[in-house]
Design a protein around this ligand. Structure first.
Ligand code: PEP
Ligand code: MN
Length: 360
């Protein structure tokens, strides 16, 4: 069965129901750089991206070539026919982008966090029919992301989409920005008709992981990808480690598997229904066990209250966590998953006991 497409009509028309690929360098650097990349990816990607104004976390880095680069992008369109995309962060950027025929504008992660900035951009876009993508804010705040979207929607912009580029964290992890897939999944459920694109470049920060994150995004029904591409990535003026060459872009795209939303064959339908029944029963068991566990947690809370003992017991918590990690290693249960699960259970246990101990 073909993927039944719930997406907005403008997006279906644009993409002909294939994943939308936006590719190009993190930053426009020189006219030659931009044109060379564009010519090498024009048969792979539909939309050419290049940052003209670069919001850098700390001063001193390359902050973009500025408005002059828009002329180079116009040249890209003339020579390749690709659509053009760039990031805008102020009303002035919007104005200049409109004057230079940019087709797709995106709001960057550092801008989405600021409602004043998003409102300014939304106001500047009033009355245009541009495609606008809003990246997730740097922090994992779904409301802020939706709020940005609503500001654009309220300004009458109809061709809207989301870009998921991951969320920053204090700890250094495998990826530059944690994907926290549950957040874009929640978004897909809230806004089934709004396209959502994945940006594996800014999630991974490392070109070796770009393909696997891109595949995961397609497996989770994302509607497209934005992949930073550069002819000499290691020499790029920004985000060097995560950009791929036009040739690897082509390989990544040709290896990606697109999935159907479902399958109508009878054996598939019967098997999945049976498995899901089993899952449903197990989920009910899990709930019953959790409830039983919390009952005992409450009893302990009462005991602590009677003896005026503090709720949090560091050694006991360490003991529980270590024990469960060890037991889980005997099953096929990942340590990160078990840690997250037990942290959640422990948090809930602490809250319940705190409530008991302070009850008048
Ligand atoms: C970018 O796309 O180059 C960029 C700056 O992205 P983000 O806003 O996701 O950091
Ligand atoms: Mn970048």
């Amino acid at each position: 069965m073909a993927k039944t497409n719930e997406k907005a009509l403008w997006f279906q028309t644009l993409t002909e129901n294939k994943p939308l690929l936006i590719a190009g360098p993190c930053s426009a650097e020189t006219p030659q750089q931009v044109l060379e990349i564009a010519h090498q990816i024009k048969d792979t990607a539909k939309v050419f991206r290049a940052g003209i104004w670069k919001p850098r976390t700390r001063p001193g880095g390359f902050e973009g070539v500025g408005a002059i680069g828009l002329k180079w992008l116009q040249q890209v369109k003339q020579e390749t026919g690709m659509l053009l995309a760039t990031e805008v962060a102020t009303a002035e950027h919007v104005q200049l982008a409109l004057e230079h025929g940019i087709d797709v504008l995106w709001i960057g992660a550092r801008t989405t966090v600021n409602p004043f900035a998003v409102q300014e951009i939304a106001d500047a876009l009033k009355g245009t029919d541009k495609i606008v993508f809003i990246k997730n804010p740097v922090n994992p705040d779904l409301s802020l992301w939706i709020g940005g979207f609503e500001r654009l929607q309220n300004a009458g912009i109809e061709k809207l989409g989301f870009i998921h580029r991951g969320f920053s964290s204090y700890e250094k992890n495998k990826y530059r920005n944690e994907p926290q897939w549950q957040i874009p999944i929640d978004l897909q459920i809230r806004f089934p008709e709004i396209p959502i694109i994945n940006d594996p470049s800014h999630i991974t920060g490392n070109r070796t992981f770009v393909a696997s994150v891109a595949q995961k995004a397609l497996d989770l029904n994302f509607d497209g990808l934005m992949i930073e591409t550069h002819c000499t990535p290691d020499l790029a003026w920004s985000d060097a480690a995560q950009q791929v060459t036009p040739e690897s872009l082509k390989n990544i795209i040709s290896e990606l598997k697109t999935r159907d939303l479902s399958n109508s064959e009878e054996t598939y339908q019967i098997n999945i229904k049976n498995f899901r029944n089993e899952i449903d029963e197990l989920d009910s068991e899990i709930l019953k066990l959790l409830n039983k566990r919390m009952y005992i947690v409450d009893e302990i809370g009462q005991l602590k209250k009677d003896k005026n003992v503090s709720v949090f017991q560091k050694d006991r918590w360490q003991e529980v966590l270590d024990k469960m990690k060890k037991e889980a290693s005997g099953f096929e249960l990942g340590e990160a998953f078990i840690t997250a699960l037990y942290k959640a259970i422990h948090q809930e246990s602490l809250s319940r006991q705190d409530h008991i101990i302070n009850k008048k």
